[in-house]
Design a protein around this ligand. Structure first.
Ligand SMILES: NC(=O)C1=CN([C@@H]2O[C@H](COP(=O)(O)OP(=O)(O)OC[C@H]3O[C@@H](n4cnc5c(N)ncnc54)[C@H](O)[C@@H]3O)[C@@H](O)[C@H]2O)C=CC1
Ligand SMILES: O=C(CO)COP(=O)(O)O
Length: 355
């Protein structure tokens, strides 16, 4: 039995706490608000985020960060990306020994353009961490908390630590793979949210399955293009944290990014959409970050660019689709082959989705 602090009691933190409690680990769940911690401890529910779910009684919630971290061997970070910079120094100030840090959030910081593991490296001193591991993949909290079959990937620069985390989470409902390509795993999870906004928007505009298939396919191409430029192995985008998460987020009503896109496609304004959601829609800030990155790296990301204009420059969603359809002619195979050319030396031993 391991002692694990779960930081963030939203839908995903709570669902992962259930997996860990099912595996008989000692779980302390940090909630921002005292009333929420009380609800979890007294009625064993978290109705705002997972309305239908009865939580294992062994999950102990607290609104004290220090209490949640007491004795923890592993710290699982599941706050929205935008909260990481604020919460990490507080965590560092309360740690008394090195811990395994796992993060399961999906985003890129605008302006710094950093992945979450890079933010963690900056904010938690090396002396307080054994390793940083990312957990990502197609996994809606609503289904995980119902113990429905789910697969995810964990990745770290330290393969032994990735395997340690694989063992913490794996069970008959929650199958965990490893992948040594941390950059690819983090970027796949973050960038798919942009395309999910687009897929929701397309559905909201009344377009059909052809349009959505096009968005997924060409969306994956641009995710892989940026990812490969940033040092990821292109093959990772064919895995769970790539195509797997792209499919689940673009096609499910559970997805907040899809739902937000859908409302935008139906004509609602961004502020109104975000207010109605009441939960984090990571794709909005990630679109801003990816738009900056694409410019900086000179990488072509047409879907991201038109979405950026819809979100931040009041471009009409229908006009955005028209622009995508009128782009210059492209050879598909040539375009995909360019992903590999000179950017990454393919070596199948380097990336293994094992077990
Ligand atoms: N919900 C899901 O199915 C999945 C979510 N994720 C990722 O997990 C991360 C968290 O998402 P959810 O749990 O779904 O979000 P959520 O919207 O359900 O909950 C967010 C939680 O973070 C807390 N929070 C908000 N701002 C904060 C701040 N400034 N400081 C500290 N805490 C703050 C809220 O109180 C709430 O407990 C996101 O990066 C998301 O992309 C990843 C996989 C699945
Ligand atoms: O990442 C997710 C599923 O894997 C959840 O996506 P949303 O944040 O769009 O709900």
């Amino acid at each position: 039995m391991a002692k694990i602090a779960v930081i963030g009691a939203g839908s995903w933190g709570t669902a992962l706490a259930i997996v860990l409690a099912d595996n008989q680990h000692s779980v302390k769940l940090w909630a921002r608000r005292k009333e929420q911690a009380d609800e979890i401890n007294i009625t064993h529910t978290n109705k705002r985020y997972l309305p239908e779910i009865e939580l294992p009684e062994t999950i102990i919630a607290t609104d004290s960060l220090g209490e949640s971290l007491e004795g923890a061997e592993t710290v699982l970070l599941v706050t929205p990306t935008k909260a990481m910079r604020d919460v990490l120094p507080e965590i560092a100030s309360k740690l008394t020994k090195p811990v395994t840090i796992v993060h399961a959030s999906k985003g890129i910081e605008p302006d710094t353009l950093k992945r979450i593991s890079e933010v963690i490296k900056e904010e938690i001193p090396e002396s307080l961490r054994k390793s940083i591991v990312v957990l990502s993949g197609p996994s809606h909290a609503e289904e995980v908390s119902l113990r429905q079959p789910t697969t995810v990937t964990v990745s770290s620069d330290d393969q032994e630590e990735a395997e340690y985390v694989q063992d913490l989470f794996i069970n008959q409902n929650f199958r965990v793979y490893t992948n040594t390509d941390m950059i690819g795993v983090e970027l796949g999870g973050a960038l798919k949210n942009i395309i999910a906004l687009g897929a929701g928007m397309s559905d909201g505009l009344g377009y059909g399955d052809n349009a959505k298939a096009a968005l997924l396919t060409r969306g994956l191409a641009e995710i892989a293009r940026l990812g490969t430029y940033m040092g990821a192995n292109p093959l990772t985008f064919a895995g769970l944290s790539g195509i797997g998460d792209l499919v689940v987020t673009c096609t499910s009503v559970h997805s907040r990014n899809w739902r937000a896109g859908n409302m935008l496609g139906k004509g609602q304004k961004l502020d109104e959409v975000l207010e109605n959601m009441g939960m984090v829609v990571e794709g909005v800030r990630t679109t801003k970050a990816a738009h900056q990155l694409a410019k900086q790296q000179d990488v072509e990301m047409p879907i991201t660019n038109v979405l950026y204009d819809v979100l931040f420059n009041e471009k009409n969603p229908k006009q955005a689709v028209d622009e995508l359809m009128r782009r210059g002619k492209t050879d598909e195979v040539e375009d995909l082959t360019s992903l590999f050319a000179g950017r990454f030396v393919l070596d199948s031993s380097e990336t293994s989705e094992s077990q």
